[in-house]
Design a protein around this ligand. Structure first.
Ligand code: SF4
Length: 459
């Protein structure tokens, strides 16, 4: 759960990145950072909290340069230590670079131990720092099938070597003094897109909503296994892996995480999320007075359900937008507090009604229990909870903060036991086929579904 952004050749690179990070704020709210190059030096500004708190406008004025990268972070690996705020900066025999990472490496601990035994000293607890050490220590020549541009002969092979050692999910932006580099792991777990504005500046971002905010057009996705180099000589793509891997795009990005105004993995989040709601209505029809979304992420599935079933959509829960998303708050006590602060029933809509409440996922069950309790106290006659994804049974090792296996309610209880625990009149989850059909209806295939199936593509 992080967002990355990069810009090449823009006179207000720091400001563009600041805007891009605002658009990606939903991907991480614990910290934010910028790294900017003026062609000679790389300067950073890092801070805790939301982008507005972490980076001040006066900081941006000081960050001069036309190439920049940025990062918003939620601590999936390494905890919420301030030392883990990205981008990370490093200086080594080959020069300086900064790096920002979305994803999680599954073999980071192993590599780290090996590097530490060899004398490496780590300054953070983040898996991203492993990349820095691997890049700096790398000695192997580039793969023989690759012809390198003259600008790329020194640093880029080091990136290839690091990619060949790590396993897991990584969408990276790397800043060098005169280069922006975008990298995506061979399975393509996390999204990463390329855009360009009318003046010819290039942008790389986790989602297209961050291209919209800087007035850039979407050009294409960074492909799984691709290293895209952008510098004054133009754009160059390298594919350091000789074999292609099965794609494993995170289906959860469509279910919950990405913004609905984004296109990721070449399809619109809006359409797919709505289609999941339609499939839910095809699979499970309830006789009810209205469909109520758990805002914001349940809205489109509820709209799809309402359209397919003909049952009217009503906004029976109002969300306070000044409180962060409960699912991504780091500790249970903060999570408990923020559920109460976040949602309030509209008594006028729910009193005396039979409600179909639609949420995108049911992870721990604690939020759903509180919502159902609130709705019943506000006078709802029946509350049927419908979830637009299957039961979450396994943790994510690729960058989404699902809790441990023990904390996942679907691991401890049957659907009927969960229904009783949360106090719903009925509970239904979208089937795996229903979820995948919603995404496959459009262009894309090849998804990771491991948190629903425990079929992990990389371990
Ligand atoms: S395990 Fe789940 S959340 Fe993680 S990448 Fe796979 S589908 Fe996405």
């Amino acid at each position: 759960m992080c967002g990355v952004f990069g810009v090449f050749d823009h006179k207000s690179a720091a400001y563009m990145t600041y805007l891009g990070l605002h658009a990606l704020q939903h991907r991480g709210q614990e910290s934010a950072g910028l790294a900017v190059s003026d062609g000679y030096d790389i300067n950073l500004k890092l801070g805790n909290g939301l982008v507005t708190k972490a980076i001040k406008e006066e900081d941006i004025k000081e960050l001069k340069g036309d190439i920049a990268i940025g990062h918003v972070r939620y601590s999936t690996a390494g905890g919420s230590n301030p030392k883990n705020i990205q981008p990370f900066f490093a200086h080594f025999y080959g020069g300086s670079f900064a790096i920002a990472h979305n994803g999680n490496l599954v073999n980071a601990d192993e590599i780290r131990l090996e590097l530490e035994k060899g004398g490496a000293i780590f300054r953070s607890t983040s898996d991203t720092e492993v990349f820095i050490h691997l890049i700096a220590k790398s000695k192997e020549p580039p793969p023989s099938h690759i012809m390198l541009h003259k600008n790329d002969t020194e640093f880029i092979p080091l990136v290839f070597n690091a990619m060949r050692k790590v396993k897991g999910a990584y969408s990276l932006v790397i800043l060098r003094e005169r280069q922006l580099i975008a990298v995506r792991d061979p399975h393509g777990f996390r999204p990463l897109v390329l855009g360009k504005n009318r003046s010819g500046s290039y942008f790389v971002a986790s989602e297209t909503c961050a291209l919209d905010i800087v007035d850039a057009e979407y050009l294409r996705d960074i492909n799984p296994g691709e290293v895209l180099v952008i510098d004054d000589a133009g754009l160059r793509s390298y594919y350091p892996f000789e074999h292609t891997e099965e794609p494993a795009k995170c289906i959860f990005e469509y279910v919950y995480f990405a913004r609905p105004d984004s296109m990721i993995f070449q399809d619109w989040v809006y359409s797919i999320r709505k289609e999941m709601g339609k499939n839910l209505a095809k699979e499970y029809r309830v006789d009810a007075d209205c469909v109520v979304p758990v805002l914001d992420s349940g809205l489109l599935a509820a709209k799809g359900y309402s359209e397919e079933s003909g049952i009217p959509l009503e906004i029976g829960l109002i969300r306070n937008h000044y409180v962060g998303r409960s699912f991504i708050q780091p500790t249970q006590d903060i999570r408990d507090l923020s559920v109460k602060l976040k949602l309030n029933p509209v008594r006028d809509v729910v009193e005396g009604k039979r409600l179909i409440v639609i949420d995108d996922s049911l992870v721990r069950g604690t939020t759903s229990k509180k919502i159902i309790n609130m709705l019943k106290r506000a006078g709802a006659k029946e509350v049927h909870l419908l979830i637009s994804s299957p039961p979450v049974v396994g943790p994510c090792y690729y960058g989404i903060d699902t809790p441990t296996r023990e904390e996942l309610i679907a691991n401890r209880m049957s659907v009927e036991e969960i229904r009783r625990f949360i106090g719903a009149d009925s509970l239904y989850y979208l089937s795996l086929e229903g979820m995948l059909n919603a995404a496959n209806k459009f262009k894309q295939k090849g998804f990771c579904t491991a948190c629903f199936t425990e079929n992990y593509p990389v371990l």
